[in-house]
Design a protein around this ligand. Structure first.
Ligand SMILES: C[S@@+](CC[C@H](N)C(=O)[O-])C[C@H]1O[C@@H](n2cnc3c(N)ncnc32)[C@H](O)[C@@H]1O
Length: 240
């Protein structure tokens, strides 16, 4: 039996021939509608290839293993860019499945690419979560940015998504502005990368807190403290 994790990329047109074949050949097809938003909905996109595709929400992705047939699980972006999928793949392997990963473009890769920053100089990635029960998660993001800064590496900050509660850049900027030093810092705001209405804006975090970048998904890139002249020129000439 086969367990295929297939990356859908960031829009329906990214569904390549290999992914389509894996969708058509599986006994059962599941579609991850939880880990990242997709233009027009990933379920609709996959149903265009196979009508009986099933929705995999959080309970399917993170709950007890419920597959018993040859399965293709279609995931937004690249299937290994979110930890839930590696855990599923390992569990399938333990249960005797032969496993396959079909790579595709991820939001992380699109962000690295479209920032114009050197792809060799990105540090640890972090996700900003909404405060929960009065606990703020800004400190862990601040610490990752500072750690990356100390090695002169760029930082990607992903924003919490799921349950129709998708954090936007202005919301994130307001939370992170708790740190004056971050508030005065330049960041690259990226909204709906690779969608038809992709929006990229470079500004100080304080200005991004008041900006309107449209609907989610959004993320932020903090360029490292010292940029190469080509990186600086790209930001000024292309992104601004
Ligand atoms: C877990 S990550 C993405 C994982 C996905 N498997 C991938 O490879 O793209 C989800 C986060 O990425 C960001 N994101 C996803 N798609 C995006 C897009 N098209 N434009 C900007 N940010 C995006 C959002 O911050 C979202 O909360």
């Amino acid at each position: 039996m086969k367990f295929v994790l297939a990356g859908a990329g960031l829009r329906c047109e990214h569904l390549n021939e290999r992914v389509k074949r894996a969708i058509l050949e599986a006994e059962e097809v599941w579609v991850d509608t939880y880990t990242s938003p997709f233009p027009g909905g990933l379920l609709n996109c996959v149903k265009g290839v196979r009508e009986d595709a099933l929705e995999a929400d959080r309970s399917v992705l993170e709950g007890p293993f419920r597959f018993s047939k040859s399965v293709t699980l279609v995931v937004p972006g690249d299937p290994m860019a979110a930890t839930a999928h590696s855990a599923l793949l390992l569990e399938a392997r333990r249960r005797g499945y032969s496993v396959q990963i079909i790579s595709n473009v991820s939001a992380l890769q699109a962000a690295r690419s479209k920032s114009g920053l050197s792809q060799y100089r990105f540090g640890k990635v972090v996700t900003l979560m909404y405060p929960k029960e009065g606990i703020s998660f800004t400190e862990s993001v601040y610490n990752v940015i500072k750690d990356n800064d100390s090695m002169n590496l760029h930082t990607i900050v992903l924003l919490e998504t799921g349950y129709g509660r998708d954090m936007t850049v202005p919301e994130a900027a307001r939370l992170l502005c708790e740190y004056e030093e971050l508030c005065d810092r330049r960041a690259i705001a990226m909204a709906r990368l690779c969608w038809d209405d992709e929006t990229i804006k470079v500004a100080k975090l304080r200005e991004l807190a008041e900006s309107d970048l449209g609907g989610p998904p959004h993320l932020l890139v903090f360029p490292s403290p010292k940029l190469h002249p080509i990186e600086e020129e790209f930001i000024e000439a292309v992104l601004k």
